[in-house]
Write a protein that binds this ligand. Structure first.
Ligand code: THG
Length: 280
């Protein structure tokens, strides 16, 4: 179970026993007025600054989402990908629901990217997986379909199994499929943390694939979100999560500490390097 991604300079491997890979989530205009306005004006300076800041804060991979109301992602996503690749040498994660924008970005992205994402809906499977195959990328599969996110771990496992099966039928190795077990805000849905953790355990054990979560969603609407995210990321790593989508600024130290405690960071090398690189 090894997923290997590359950027212009760095190669990153995701897998059990390896340090947890952090995908920086900040290049995403959702809830960010200034970023949405910059993107609408075709200004890519802000996302380049966000890219550099996230790598400095510990991001191993950078997610790029440029979806704005009325925006043309087919033009904007490849431009954003090229701009970020000029200032950051890490692998990129192409975050779009638009298959034409995905294809345009796959044509220009350097190295081996991660596609974010495919889901269990037939329309998504048949549009996204052939592109993943054609461009030799890796892909995140969401445990949901057009009816939404199942409330229980067993049904989420069924969605995950279907995505892995469809990928393999097209010749995509299960090493290149990572399953996002999806976590809902615990403030609104009290069992959502437990269900996500149970899904992580089941998917790892039954399907033998890498597993990720967008952890910041768990704390949505609650005060002091970083402390909730830090507690949850530790629990998720123990449950078998091998990759996390998050803001590295608030989370990287907790990830490094968890990796250290779980024997994935010999002589505390990465923990100490992160401390030195980020202390004031
Ligand atoms: N799984 C996968 N991809 C994902 C997610 C996931 N992509 C999107 C999202 N979830 C992860 N990215 C974000 C981006 C922004 C925020 C949260 C998750 C966010 N935005 C604040 C808001 O909406 O209020 C604004 C914060 C700010 O200004 O800094 O919290 O789960 N595969």
């Amino acid at each position: 179970m090894r997923t290997t991604l590359s950027g212009t300079g760095k190669t990153v491997t995701i897998g059990p026993g390896l340090p947890t890979v952090i995908i920086g989530e900040r290049i995403n205009p959702t809830g960010k007025k200034r970023l949405a306005a910059a993107l609408a004006a075709g200004d890519l300076d802000l996302i380049c600054e966000m890219a550099k800041a996230q790598v400095a804060a510990g991001a191993d991979v950078l997610d790029i989402n440029v979806g704005i109301a009325g925006g043309d992602e087919v033009t904007l996503l490849p431009r954003a990908v090229q701009a970020v690749a000029e200032v950051a040498d890490v692998p990129l994660c192409l975050d779009t629901a638009n298959p034409r924008a995905l294809e345009a970005a796959l044509r220009v992205v350097p190295g081996r990217p991660l596609v974010n994402s495919v889901n269990g809906e037939e329309k998504s499977l048949s549009a996204v997986l052939p592109l993943v195959k054609e461009f030799g990328a890796a892909v995140i599969g969401l445990t949901m379909d057009e009816r939404g996110i199942p409330k229980d771990a067993a049904t989420r496992l069924e969605f995950a199994a279907r995505i892995v099966e469809r990928a393999e039928a097209l010749g995509i190795s299960r090493n290149d499929v990572m399953i996002d077990c999806l976590v809902l805000p615990v403030g609104a849905e009290p069992q959502s943390g437990c269900v996500a953790l149970e899904t992580v355990r089941l998917v790892r054990e039954r399907l033998g694939v890498n597993v990720n979560l967008g952890v910041s969603n768990v704390s949505f609407g609650l005060p002091d979100r970083p402390v909730i995210n830090q507690a949850f990321v530790t629990a998720a790593i123990v449950a078998g999560m091998t990759c996390v989508i998050a803001d590295p600024a608030g989370l990287c130290a907790a990830v490094r500490a968890a990796d250290l405690l779980l024997g994935r960071d010999e002589f505390a090398e990465r923990y100490i390097a992160h401390y030195r690189a980020t202390r004031k």
